[in-house]
Ligand binder design. Sequence first.
Ligand code: ADP
Ligand code: MG
Length: 242
Amino acid sequence: NEELLINSEKLSVAGQLAAGIAHEIRNPLTSLKGFLQLIASGRQNNKNYFDIMKSELTRIESIVSELLMLSKPQIYELSYRDLRHVMRETVTLLEAQALLHSIELDIQYGEEALWVHGVENQLKQVFINVLKNAIEAMGDGGSIQIVCVREGGDVIVRIQDYGPGIPREQMAKIGQPFYTTKDKGTGLGLMVSYKIVDNHQGNVSVNSTLGSGTTFEISLPYNNPEESSNGGSSNKVTPIHR
Ligand code: ADP
Ligand code: MG
């Protein structure tokens, strides 16, 4: 029966994720244990160990924090939002971090309201994750272009950086849980983002050229409250089932 099938599918996804998490946390734990043993044996008294141990602990801490975000209370407030405002607020949130790296966040949109129907905090989370990656890819200096437009039935957000780009063989791996090329990465940001966009009946595509940069394109269904069939009632509390 169909419901059972869906449940068992969910279970195996949860199982896969659990295996991944266990693995990702066990590695730094094993190395922490090793360093503690070395120190306890009294043969070594190397302060360098503390730095490595601290960074391993930080890694565990960030993995656990990202997972906690995934498991936040599952009440979703759906509302109609103008994506131009959502994006402006997101950019404000990230301005300090960008400034720290002398990176400019350049945002462009037109006069028309870009209505989408969804969970505002989740959409912000997607843009934060993609923008953070862009900032991290750029290193220091330069500008990130953010363009918000309506194209037919879709609202499109393009986020373009001038970082090193993503090698072809890595393209298929990004967005897989725990896939990261960064020392302090968790490899969860894009996975979470893809899931959220999918829940909003949207799409993410990536275009990257080695040596010249990467563009993430997020498209969401255009959804004007005035034109919508439920008369534009907003702030309904409805769980998204997936
Ligand atoms: P994290 O940022 O913790 O590594 P993500 O899921 O956010 O995890 O990203 C996964 C990987 O995708 C990154 O480690 C990086 O290799 C690649 N990536 C994502 N965005 C970009 C980008 N704008 N430029 C280059 N590589 C990127
Ligand atoms: Mg990231």
